[in-house]
Design a protein. Structure first.
Length: 255
């Protein structure tokens, strides 16, 4: 018997207003180029960057996404290294993880109105794929790779990405990263009709004021492992757990 308190994961969709999509790629290319502030010489690259495997598995964005993911990680790491010279490696790593996660990439996709340009198979279109978070996030990374391959100019790609991320990079300090993680996890679970997470204080190490709090977060879903993190306060440890739990849920959803 199926446990009524457990559920399977389904692809999330964004809260994008449903802008009219273009009838074909060529029709929308001038609009896309204006949004990107870049004119492609080889239009097969942006076409592929926006093509989902449901339309053509042999010519989908997946290889470009692989390259774009690596490029984005490097660009964001360098930007954070430059903007925050006093932050240590651990803090920079958490900030980078926030800036390259799916939710942030979807924000970029919304700015670029990528839902209007996606090339999807019939089933994926009918199933809401045009606004599916995983597809939009993948398309952003694939477009980064497309611009890089088309231009051959890494500095140009860096400048484009920095424009997209300018306000996000300025706001991303650790407190900003951690502040909304529990709320976002709760919203994620409620959106998928799942019960709320539990946070358990496992241990307090040391004496005040130099204590370390050890907290474990659990969600009631098959295949999802508990997350344990430490922090200078219980609140910070819980927020770190929530951030990593969201990442785990997103990876499971997309697998």
């Amino acid at each position: 018997m199926t446990n009524p308190n457990k559920s399977s994961l389904k692809g999330n969709t964004t809260s994008l207003d449903k802008l009219p999509h273009f009838a074909n790629f060529e029709q929308g290319l001038p609009v896309l180029s204006e949004k990107l502030n870049y004119q492609f010489r080889d239009i097969s690259l942006p076409r592929r960057a926006l093509t989902h495997r449901s339309y053509n598995p042999k010519e989908s964005y997946e290889r470009l996404e692989f390259l774009g993911d690596a490029l984005l990680g490097l660009i964001i790491a360098e930007a954070l290294f430059t903007h925050f010279p006093r932050h240590d490696e651990g803090k920079l790593t958490r900030m980078r993880a926030t800036l390259v996660r799916q939710e942030t990439l979807v924000q970029i996709a919304e700015k670029l109105e990528l839902s209007r340009h996606l090339i999807l198979g019939v089933g994926e279109r009918k199933g809401g794929g045009r606004h599916r978070t995983s597809i939009l996030a993948d398309a952003v990374e694939a477009l980064i790779a497309a611009v890089y391959l088309d231009s051959g100019d890494m500095n140009l790609v860096k400048e484009l990405v920095k424009v997209w991320y300018e306000s996000l990079i300025l706001e991303v300090g650790e407190e900003k990263v951690l502040k909304d993680a529990k709320s976002r996890l709760q919203e994620w679970l409620q959106g998928n009709r799942l019960s709320l997470p539990t946070y358990e204080l496992d241990e307090i190490i040391g004496n005040a004021p130099n204590q370390t709090f050890v907290v474990t977060c659990r969600v009631n879903l098959d295949g999802i492992k508990p997350i344990t993190q430490t922090g200078e306060s219980r609140r910070i440890a819980e927020q770190k757990c929530a951030e990593l739990m969201i990442n785990q849920l997103n990876k499971t959803q997309n697998s």
